[in-house]
Design a binder for this molecule. Structure first.
Ligand SMILES: [Zn+2]
Length: 131
């Protein structure tokens, strides 16, 4: 059965699901995004287990390590402590950051900036130049 989509930031995102796609006849029509912009309607498959709608972006998410490297390279300049970096890494893990079923690269980048700025004063430009 189809349950509602899960949105970033909801506690429920922490659930670990293997994601099993629904049958091809059961897709839901939704807008899809490319480079952060809406590109019209497309039938989206969803997970029969948890109801998560599959992200159809061609830009697959990066590994958490890519983002940790960015933070580490900024550590000195913005005087971040190891403890801050650990909190950021934890947040990324909690949000299923590498889940390519729900996450695309653009969403990942926006979320990454949000997480970094939650624990530090690193400005947008300092982060975006890595993308
Ligand atoms: Zn699932």
């Amino acid at each position: 059965m189809f349950r509602s989509n899960k949105w970033i930031g909801e506690e429920t995102l922490t659930s670990q699901c293997e994601h099993v796609s629904c049958g091809s006849k059961e897709k839901v029509w939704m807008t899809y995004h490319y480079q952060g912009r809406e590109r019209g309607l497309k039938p989206h498959p969803y997970c029969a287990e948890c109801g998560l709608i599959k992200n159809l972006s061609s830009e697959k998410p990066r590994k958490i390590g890519f983002y940790i490297n960015i933070i580490t390279s900024l550590k000195e300049d913005f005087r971040m402590a190891q403890a801050q970096i650990r909190l950021m890494a934890l947040d990324m893990e909690k949000l299923d950051f590498e889940d390519d079923y729900s996450m695309d690269r653009h969403q990942q980048e926006e979320l990454f900036i949000e997480i970094v700025q939650k624990y530090s004063k690193v400005p947008d430009w300092a982060l975006r130049r890595f993308f």
